[in-house]
Design a protein around this ligand. Structure first.
Ligand code: THU
Length: 161
């Protein structure tokens, strides 16, 4: 028997003030795009903003449904929009934020499991890491160098060979 270890390093900033201009702008965009969420059931409005390899910034927000499982997270709305409107374009960085109308919005959000799988697929498809900036409307900011780090021992297209 062997034991293996998985660990990853990420950056922690006390606030948006510690970020460089480009990252701060992307996070500000994600924060403001939370207002476009359709989240009448959870009151948890999520915004995501991606800086593409071609320099463009594209946004997405969560879109819920009276039939709850139909709802889509902001990250997957954004990935679908990028894939449709900017085909074969790598995502350099994605910032994610949220506005919790029922409580605080001051600790970093972390993508859900399904979104991690989606981010991973986009990373491997474009052969380009997606840097993730995670935060709320205020407070700490986490930066992770790529989405694969959030999903160790993942299921990928290699498993289908
Ligand atoms: N949600 C996202 O949009 N992204 C995440 O990373 C976590 C959760 C959404 C799904 C649902 O509309 C609401 O937040 C509450 O779970």
């Amino acid at each position: 028997m062997k034991q293996k270890e998985v660990h990853f390093i990420y950056e922690v900033y006390q606030s948006i003030k510690g970020l460089n201009k480009v990252d701060a702008n992307l996070l500000e965009t994600a924060r403001s795009i939370t207002a476009t969420a359709y989240a009448p059931y959870s009151n948890f409005q999520v915004g995501a903003a991606a800086l593409l390899a071609n320099g463009e910034i594209v946004n997405g927000s969560n879109q819920e449904n009276a039939s709850f499982p139909v709802g889509l997270c902001a990250e997957r709305v954004l990935i679908s929009a990028i894939s449709s409107f900017h085909p074969n374009t790598a995502i350099h960085t994605m910032a994610i934020s949220y506005h919790n109308l029922n409580g605080e919005s001051n600790h970093p959000i972390s993508p859900c499991g399904i979104c991690r799988q989606s981010l991973l697929e986009y990373e491997s498809r474009l052969q380009h890491p997606i840097r993730l900036i995670m935060s709320g409307m205020e407070g700490k900011v986490f930066i992770i160098p790529n989405a694969a780090m959030l999903l160790p021992l993942s299921f990928t297209s290699d498993d289908l060979l």
